[in-house]
Design a protein around this ligand. Structure first.
Ligand code: NAD
Length: 264
C-alpha cells in the first residue's frame, strides 16, 4: 500500500467483472488511498459491480450507458452532488459487433463502424466535456487502447480504426484541457483475456503469439496495467500528457524477434 492518491477522488468506467482491466486499475487506485466511484452499463452488471466496489470500500455505483447523453449527464449530476470535485477518470470502455471482429476489415458495415466509433471513441470526449467542469483543481484522465491502432493485427479490424481515432483524440484533449492542469493519456495494453477480448477472433492465438514474441516473453496482467495507470493518474505522472504508454511486455518495439537458437 502507498498514499500516491490519498485524498483523491476518481471515477472508474468499464468495470464488468474481476477480469476487467478497470478492475486492475481500480485495485491499484484503492491501494494508493483513492476514493472511488464506479459506473456500469445496464442492470445485468450491477450484481457483479456492487460487490467489487464494496471490496474497495466504495458504495458510489452509478449506471451509465455512454451511448446516451442523458445517462452521462445523470452520472455527472450524481458525482457533483456526492463529491463536488473530481480528480481522475478511468475510461475503460470499448464495443463493436463481434461479427466484425473477424474476417476482413473491408467488409465493415456503416452501422457498426458508426456505433464502434461512438461507443469506443466519442464517449471519452463526451465524458471529458463533463469531467472538466468538476476538475477546477486540475486532474488526470486515462483511456485504454491497443497496438491494433498502430499496426494491423489479425481480426482487430474496425476496432483498430477506432483506437487510432481514440489515440488522436487523447492528443487533442491533452491540448484543450492542459491549460486547466488536466492531463489526458492512454495506456496501450497488451492482450488480456477479458469479456471484451473474447469477442475477438483467434484471441487465444494472439495471446500465445504475444507471450512468445514480446521482449519480456510473457503476457501482461490487469495488475501490470493498474500499476502503470497509477503512475499516470497520480503526481508521479505530473509532467506527462498526450502520451500513449505501452504496457505490453515490450511487444510494440519488436520488428522481428531474434531466433533463440539460430541454426539457419
Ligand atoms: P471488459 O469487457 O471487462 O470491459 C469493457 C467494458 O466496456 C465493460 O464494462 C462494458 O460494460 C463497457 N461498455 C461497453 N459498451 C458500453 C456502453 N455503451 N456504455 C458504458 N459502458 C460500456 O473488457 P476490457 O478488456 O477490460 O476492456 C476495457 C478497455 O480496454 C476497452 O477499451 C478495450 O478495448 C481496452 N483494451 C483491452 C485489451 C485486452 O486485450 N483485453 C487490450 C488493449 C485495450
Amino acid at each position: 500500500s502507498n498514499q500516491l492518491l490519498a485524498g483523491k477522488r476518481g471515477l472508474i468506467m468499464g468495470l464488468a467483472n474481476d477480469k476487467s482491466i478497470a478492475w486492475g486499475i481500480a485495485k491499484a487506485c484503492a491501494d494508493a488511498g483513492a476514493e472511488l466511484a464506479f459506473s456500469y452499463q445496464g442492470d445485468a452488471l450491477l450484481k457483479r459491480v456492487n460487490p467489487l466496489a464494496a471490496q474497495l470500500g466504495s458504495s458510489l455505483v452509478v449506471p451509465c450507458d455512454v451511448a446516451d447523453e442523458a445517462s452521462m449527464d445523470a452520472l455527472f449530476e450524481t458525482l457533483k452532488a456526492e463529491w463536488g470535485q473530481l480528480d481522475f477518470v478511468v475510461h475503460a470502455i470499448g464495443f463493436s459487433d463481434k461479427n466484425e471482429l473477424r474476417g476482413r476489415y473491408v467488409e465493415t458495415s456503416r452501422d457498426n463502424f458508426t456505433m464502434t466509433m461512438d461507443i469506443s471513441v466519442y464517449s471519452f470526449t463526451a465524458i471529458m466535456q463533463r469531467a472538466e467542469k468538476m476538475m477546477s483543481e486540475g486532474g488526470s484522465a486515462i483511456t485504454l487502447t491497443y497496438y491494433g491502432a498502430e499496426q494491423v493485427m489479425p481480426h482487430y479490424n474496425v476496432m483498430g480504426v477506432a483506437k487510432a481515432a481514440l489515440e488522436a483524440s487523447v492528443k487533442y484533449l491533452a491540448e484543450d484541457l492542459g491549460k486547466d492542469g488536466i492531463r489526458v493519456n492512454s495506456i496501450s495494453a497488451g492482450p488480456i483475456k477479458t469479456l471484451a477480448a473474447s469477442g475477438i477472433g483467434d484471441f487465444r492465438y494472439i495471446l500465445k503469439w504475444n507471450e512468445l514474441n514480446s521482449p519480456l516473453r510473457r503476457n501482461v496482467t490487469i495488475d501490470d496495467v493498474g500499476k502503470s495507470a497509477l503512475y499516470l493518474l497520480s503526481d508521479l505522472g505530473s509532467g506527462v500528457t498526450g502520451e500513449n504508454l505501452h504496457v505490453d511486455a515490450g511487444y510494440h518495439v519488436v520488428g522481428m524477434k531474434a531466433v533463440d537458437a539460430p541454426d539457419i
